[in-house]
Design a protein around this ligand. Sequence first.
Ligand SMILES: Nc1ncnc2c1ncn2[C@@H]1O[C@H](COP(=O)(O)OP(=O)(O)OP(=O)(O)O)[C@@H](O)[C@H]1O
Ligand SMILES: [Mg+2]
Length: 167
Amino acid sequence: MVEIRPDRRTLIETAINQARAGAPRLLCINGASGMGKTTHLRAAIDAAVGFRVLEASCDEVAYRPAYGLFERLGVPPPVTDRGTPQEPAVAAQSLRRVIEAEADGPPLIIAVDDAQWADSESLEALRLVLERAAGDRLLVMVANRAVPGREHTPWPQHNLDPEAVTG
Ligand SMILES: Nc1ncnc2c1ncn2[C@@H]1O[C@H](COP(=O)(O)OP(=O)(O)OP(=O)(O)O)[C@@H](O)[C@H]1O
Ligand SMILES: [Mg+2]
């Protein structure tokens, strides 16, 4: 039986309700290996009844192609006429189109697990979208484990730290 601490459950439910009401939210789930990041991510997705869910997890691989995370999320990765990856600002527009495609439909969750292994282009594009998101019914959740050499620029806003998860 998975039990999420009441204060964290409140944090998750508040974020879901705000996102549903058109205030885009970001929940960062940070913690060491095995501390419950994936468990929190799943619990939040389960709690977000009625949301459309785009989810992906990233793998520890030697070669990390640009926009690999976007492909896993089902967001078309932008390429130039010569097939090379576009700038993150262009990829951000692709993601905006996915968000806006169902603007009148259900609210949207974008959930990224093991973001420490995500390609930097996707993360930058996601960050650009978050910086300008306004009025979208959008909840983004990013689970991340600190790995030396793979630090991300700190995400703005909320920090849901499952360091003290009780099972
Ligand atoms: N709140 C909880 N209640 C019960 N079991 C839990 C809870 N949180 C985590 N666990 C259990 O602890 C184990 C590790 O959890 P989880 O896979 O979510 O951690 P993680 O932080 O995602 O790990 P990793 O860094 O390896 O991805 C799992 O077996 C999970 O079922
Ligand atoms: Mg995990």
